[in-house]
Structures are given as C-alpha cells and as structure tokens.
Design a protein around this ligand. Structure first.
Ligand code: PLP
Length: 395
C-alpha cells in the first residue's frame, strides 16, 4: 500500500496554493516582458507587478510605495538591518535585538557588530517573550535601531510589538520587526503595530519560495544592499521576478486567516499532553501563533521523534528549519531557560490551512506510539512508564 504523508511543518514552509500556482504559471507563460521596459511587453509586466504590490500592501496595511519586493524573509531582514544600519549619516552605534531572533536577524546584527556597532541581545522570559523593562533599560539616546521579531518561528510566541514600538520611538530609535511568521497569516496592520520596517515572506503563506517584501515606512530612507539598476525605488536592484510577485500577490489576496487553525492546534496539544507522560509545552504561557506548538518529551531526542514520525508519515521539525540537521540545541529554547537536554528533546508541530481533524488525531496516535517506543528502547528511561499520562501536568 502506498505510504501517506501528512505535513505539520508549515513554519518551515507551506505548499503552494492551487490558485497561486495558476497565477504563477499563467504569468510565466503570458507575461514575458521586463517590468522596466517602456514597450507593450514591459507595460504588461509592470501592471502585473504593481497589481501584486497592491495585494501584498493591502494585506499588511501599507501604501504600495512603502513596499519593497525582495527574494524572501532573509533578504528583507538584511535590507532592514543593513539598510538602516549602514545608511550614510546614520552610522549605527547601538542596536538592540533579542536572543530569540531568526538567524537572518542575528547574523545581520553580528555583521554590524563586526563593522563597529554595539549590539545588545535582550533576554526573554520562560515563555520566550522579552520584558519591556529590559528594553527600557537598554535603550539610550544613541540607539538607532531596535529589531524584534513579531512571532517566533519555533515556539510561536508573539512579542508585544506595539509597546516595543512606542518605547523605541520615545528614544528616537527605529523599530524593525521580522514578521515572517505572521505576515499573510494572521491580521497584521503595520500602521497599527507602529513599526518602521516589517519583513514578510511569501512561502510561509502559500506563495512559492523566493519572494518576500519589506515594508519601509514613508519618509524613511534605506540604503540598498543589492545594488545595480534603479529598481524598487532604488532600494533593491535587479530585474523584478514578475511571476513570483504575481503569485505572492495572489497568496496575499486569498487572505486565509490562520486563527481558524487554533482549535486544531489546541486539540493536538491536549491530545499529546493527555497521552504522553512527561510532555510539556514550551512557551505555553505566551500569546502564541494559532498554528504552532513546541513540545518537549523528557528523556528522548527531538530528532529521534522527528525520524520516528517521518517513518509513520508525519512531517514535523526538531528546531527551526534552518538549523535542523545541526545537533546544537535551539538557541531560542536555551534563551527561555531550558537545559540543553530539554531543548534537544523538543519538537515543533506547525499546522496549516490544509490540515484536518483526522490528521491531527492520527498525529496524536503516532506521537504517543513513537515516544513509547523510543522510551522503551532508551536505556536512560527504561524504568519510566511511557504509556501512563501524568495526572497533574503543567504546560
Ligand atoms: N525570519 C523568520 C522568523 C523565519 O521563520 C524565517 C524562515 O524560516 C526567515 C526569517 C527567513 O525567511 P526566508 O526563508 O523567506 O528567507
């Protein structure tokens, strides 16, 4: 019998939605021009590109002129951080970020550090949320940029961006937020959030990989990281990816609200906690993305669970996609105070619009069976009874 596979790794990437695929292929076939050309072919391409920009801008509540198309979340983060950080006359002396950011932000900040900036990495509480008082203490008159993610890719923890924006602005600093896990998924309005810069990525909500955008508040100048022609209002050079943009725009226009996934995520979480002894939710006390749960399973390696579940047809992750494969424990979970062993025993389940209740129930069974098996064969926990749920378990 053919093996069936079920996808629970949407924070890593999402499948391309059928309507998006139709727009992508139609644009590839029908729109061959360069959007910078003045002839008919160029105009058609330009119209397609600008139509897509309107859709994406509308999804996050900004003006089309405030949206720069990029190759994805990583480039958007880089453009925000270097674009402000290296801007002439704005030689960055002081940048504030958090210890739970995605490597696209952490490594850009590390690069600024190597170039002479001072970077402060704010700690987080046990739920993975920064304390606003810590930010207050770290801010100083010379702080140019604060970069704090909207929601964490591993735990789903949502940061208090509105408060952070108000605080940063009160000290004259700009705020960039990496919104790759929220933009296009849950209602986001950049004006309402009060951010100056906001990164999003198409492949996290049904568009193909390789398309992203950076919101740049009107009046704020960013220096291009990719230089060349005058594309994207001099903020990102290179012939525009019109089919990719069309697909990105289509995905944005579909407007599926991932909040509707929360009941399935809650069912999965409860099902696993009820069935598996010594399972705990990482960051359970935080306001979280509606599709994400990150659970640690005492005494077993998260990677072993990922492999066991894959053999049963379920795709999950033991860390952020970019770091899975490496054996280092997650920097996010360590920052939340987990021990290296606890961090290594953690698994991320991230649901998407296509998941069903039957799939969730199947996954609960598969997790219970996989953990029971792994605990049986693990010398370390041979004495523990993996089949009995713990009576009073806290998440
Ligand atoms: N920021 C966050 C929070 C992410 O989760 C990711 C991808 O996993 C990125 C940035 C990078 O985005 P992209 O894969 O589009 O480069």
């Amino acid at each position: 019998m053919k093996m069936q596979y079920f996808y629970f790794d949407h924070n890593s990437t999402t499948p391309v939605a059928p309507e998006v695929l139709r727009d992508l292929t139609a644009t590839l076939v029908e729109v061959s021009g360069n959007a910078s050309s003045i002839h008919h072919y160029g105009q058609v391409a330009k119209q397609k590109l600008e139509g897509a920009r309107r859709e994406v801008a509308a999804r996050i509540g900004c003006d089309v002129k405030e949206l720069v198309f990029t190759s994805g979340g990583t480039e958007s983060d880089n453009l925000a951080i270097f674009g402000v950080g290296r801007k002439a006359g704005r030689a960055v002396k002081h940048v504030i970020t958090s210890s739970v950011e995605h490597p696209a932000v952490l490594n850009a900040c590390a690069q600024l550090e190597r170039e002479g900036s001072e970077v402060v990495y704010l700690p987080v509480d046990a739920d993975g949320v920064i304390r606003v008082e810590d930010l207050k203490r770290a801010l100083r008159p010379g702080t140019t940029l604060v970069t704090i993610m909207h929601a964490n890719n591993e735990t789903g923890a949502i940061q208090p961006i509105r408060e952070i924006a108000a605080l940063a602005h009160s000290c004259g600093a700009l705020l960039h937020s990496d919104g790759v896990q929220t933009g296009g998924r849950v209602p986001v309005n950049v004006k309402d959030l009060g951010v100056d810069l906001f990164s999003i990525s198409g492949h996290k909500f049904g568009a193909p990989k390789g398309m992203g955008a950076l919101y740049v508040r009107k009046g704020l100048a960013v220096e291009a990281v990719i230089v060349g022609g005058h594309h994207e209002r001099d903020r990102r050079a290179g012939t525009e990816n019109v089919p990719g943009a069309a697909a990105f725009g289509k995905a944005a226009s579909i407007g599926f609200d991932w909040s509707a996934i929360a009941p399935l995520r809650d069912r999965l979480e409860k099902g696993i906690l009820d069935r598996v002894k010594d399972a705990k939710v990482n960051g359970a006390g935080a306001k979280r993305l509606p599709n994400t749960t990150n659970i640690r399973f005492h005494g077993i390696e998260g990677e072993a669970i990922v492999i066991a579940l894959d053999l049963r047809g379920y795709a999950v992750s033991s860390g952020s996609a970019c770091s899975s494969g490496a054996s280092e424990p997650s920097h996010v979970l360590l920052a939340m105070g987990l021990t290296p062993a606890e961090a290594r025993s953690s698994v991320r389940f991230s649901l998407g619009p296509g998941n069903t209740m039957e799939e969730v129930d199947g996954l609960i069974e598969a997790v219970a069976a996989s953990v029971a098996h792994l605990r049986r064969i693990s010398p370390e926990s041979a004495s523990s009874d993996a089949t009995q749920p713990e009576a009073a378990r806290t998440a």
